[in-house]
Design a protein around this ligand. Structure first.
Ligand code: SAH
Length: 267
């Protein structure tokens, strides 16, 4: 299912927030619900921001699309979250979520799961209010730029997260390494980069549109991380069982979650 690279302009034109959320996170039938990715990511993020000790003032969440599940644990460990995505529609969707407008995607199952991990299953409403208070800015971002937040110039932060974005945004392995350097420029030395990517994939479907994916593997990522001035702190791979219908939507064989600490500035 190899396909030509669908770059940021394709996302700007064709990426529909609602189609994406329904396809991947829809209750009971979403691809990332059925294959266990969402619970895997939520569990690993909870670990990173509690026992893993990742905390601080500001966290930048890169390429969230229209999703907020990945910020549910982070909002307990950081004073401020900045969400940064390329497309106008994704940023508009997040602004609507912040305002609690009616008709938005229902994240209750994810919120419930995180509240249970935190031992506060009674906190479902409070948790979303907490995230709405902590998610202070929604800004434009292009990870392929040396300052991904250009024209915004921010002081370096304690943590950058990027879930399910780099395999979409990078056309080849050189770009992945370059993007790691670009993201590193946003981080203080000692700060953490937290990433999930899907592995072994070539494309995914969102609504009726197909987007290309960079085919990644664990060995490449481990080397790219050390080559770009990071030290791997935690890494876990979630295997995925073969299911034709699900693979026709998105053909990854596993997902990776990793936490890497920035050990030095790189050029
Ligand atoms: N974080 C979401 C994934 C969204 S899909 C999740 O976990 O489900 C991939 C996202 O990458 C889209 O929101 C798209 O707008 C963003 N993206 C693609 N190219 C990009 C680029 N060059 N810079 C920043 N974001 C990009």
């Amino acid at each position: 299912m190899a396909s030509d690279f669908t770059g940021k302009q394709t996302y700007q034109q064709d990426f529909d927030p609602t189609d994406y959320l329904e396809t991947y996170y829809g209750a009971g039938k979403g691809v990332f619900i059925k294959d266990g990715f969402m619970e895997f990511a939520l569990r690993k993020l909870h670990e990173a921001f509690t026992t893993g000790g990742v905390k601080g003032d500001t966290l930048i969440d890169i390429g969230p699309g229209p999703a907020i599940y990945q910020e549910l644990s982070a909002c307990e460990a950081f004073k401020e979250i900045i969400a940064a995505d390329f497309t106008d529609r994704n940023r508009q969707y997040l602004v609507k979520w912040l305002k609690n407008e009616p008709g938005m995607f229902d994240w209750t199952p994810a919120v419930k799961f995180v509240c249970e991990l935190e031992g506060r299953s009674d906190n479902i409403v409070g948790k979303q209010e907490k995230l709405r208070k902590t998610l202070k800015r929604i800004v434009k971002c292009d990870v392929t730029k040396s300052n991904p937040l250009e024209p915004l110039l921010l002081p370096q932060v304690d943590c950058v997260t990027t879930l399910g974005c780099l395999e979409c945004a990078c056309k080849d392995q050189d770009t992945y390494r370059k993007v790691l350097r670009n993201l590193s420029s946003l981080l203080k030395v000692g700060g953490c980069l937290i990433v999930t990517d899907i592995l072994g994939s070539t494309s995914f479907l969102s609504g009726t549109k197909r987007f290309s994916l960079l085919n990644l593997d664990e060995a490449f990522i481990r080397k790219a991380i050390t080559d770009t001035g990071f030290a791997m702190v935690d890494l876990e791979v979630l295997q995925r069982d073969f299911d034709k219908e699900m693979f026709d939507v998105c053909d990854h064989t596993s997902s990776i979650f990793y936490v890497a600490r920035k050990v030095k500035e790189v050029k």
